[in-house]
Ligand binder design. Structure first.
Ligand code: ADP
Ligand code: ADP
Length: 238
């Protein structure tokens, strides 16, 4: 479904490669956690999967297309198929939960509609059903800046789902949340993963969370894959 071939990434001023010779293929239905210490290359890797980061060499193949060869406009279409959530949520603080979730439509619509902020009744209904899905109905009209971290991440999840993605990517989505909240976010991600039949790939620091939720763990160290197997086989702290 999604395949990474001989991927290398080197940032312009860096001495070492951020990623070296990564070869991985992902299948629909897999819930993958990427483990590794800070600086291991997790964020660079996840951003390569949806073309936010271009590989120095190598290929990321999605539906027979090599993302590294696509133009920015074509990449935007690919990103609609890949919902993404981030450590710092990347919401618009002064807008309401409802307005933030509706921005998930932007990638799918014509630019003039976005310019005037016109949404159809159908789009609004869909946004509300996503807000119900992440259990935030009572907070629909609150500004997101007034919400807790866990609530903000649920807004971001609803926004990503509005794109109707086939792949769900997370770049340390629970790193700034307390353990209980982190666990509830993972549990939500797992149920959405099953309901929408997604491929889910998430960076996480916490080995316990990864072992609890992942169907497959990939561990990175200094830009290289040092483990790629079932969670129950993962023993060493990376
Ligand atoms: P992780 O997500 O595991 O913490 P990153 O992918 O952020 O790892 O970083 C991998 C390596 O690339 C690190 O050595 C980091 O310092 C370096 N790096 C990340 N982003 C940049 C950048 N924009 N410019 C230069 N070096 C970077
Ligand atoms: P958090 O506590 O979630 O990090 P922030 O206030 O830092 O919340 O904002 C989250 C993201 O939203 C940031 O990436 C910021 O750049 C972006 N952002 C903030 N205000 C606006 C705005 N008016 N329009 C677009 N993006 C914004």
């Amino acid at each position: 479904m999604l395949q990474v071939n001989e991927l290398y990434v080197k940032y312009p001023k860096a001495k070492e490669h951020a990623l070296s010779n990564i070869n991985i293929s992902f299948q629909k239905g897999e819930f993958i956690c990427i483990l590794g210490k800070s600086g291991a290359g997790k964020s660079t890797f996840i951003r390569c999967l949806n073309g936010l980061q271009r590989p120095t060499t190598g290929a990321v193949i999605w539906n027979d297309k090599d993302l590294s060869r696509l133009k920015e406009g074509q990449l935007r279409k690919v990103r609609v198929e890949m919902g993404m959530i981030f450590q710092h949520f990347n919401l618009i603080p002064r807008l309401s939960v409802f307005q933030n979730v509706l921005t998930g439509m932007f990638g799918k619509r014509s630019p003039w509609k976005n310019l005037f902020g016109i949404f159809s009744q159908e789009e609004k209904k869909l946004a509300i059903s996503m807000i119900e899905h992440v259990d935030l109905v009572g907070h629909k009209d609150k500004r997101v800046e007034a919400l807790s971290g866990g609530q903000k991440q649920r807004v971001a999840i609803a926004r990503a789902l509005l794109q109707n993605p086939k792949v769900f990517l997370g770049d340390e989505p629970v790193a700034s949340l307390d353990p209980g909240t982190a666990n509830r976010i993972f549990s939500l991600l797992q149920s959405l993963h099953n309901e929408y039949d997604l491929l889910t790939v998430i960076n996480v620091h916490d080995v316990v969370l990864a072992k609890q939720y992942a169907t497959r763990i990939i561990a990175l160290k200094e830009g290289k894959v040092i483990f790629d197997d079932l969670p129950e086989k993962f023993t060493d702290e990376v």
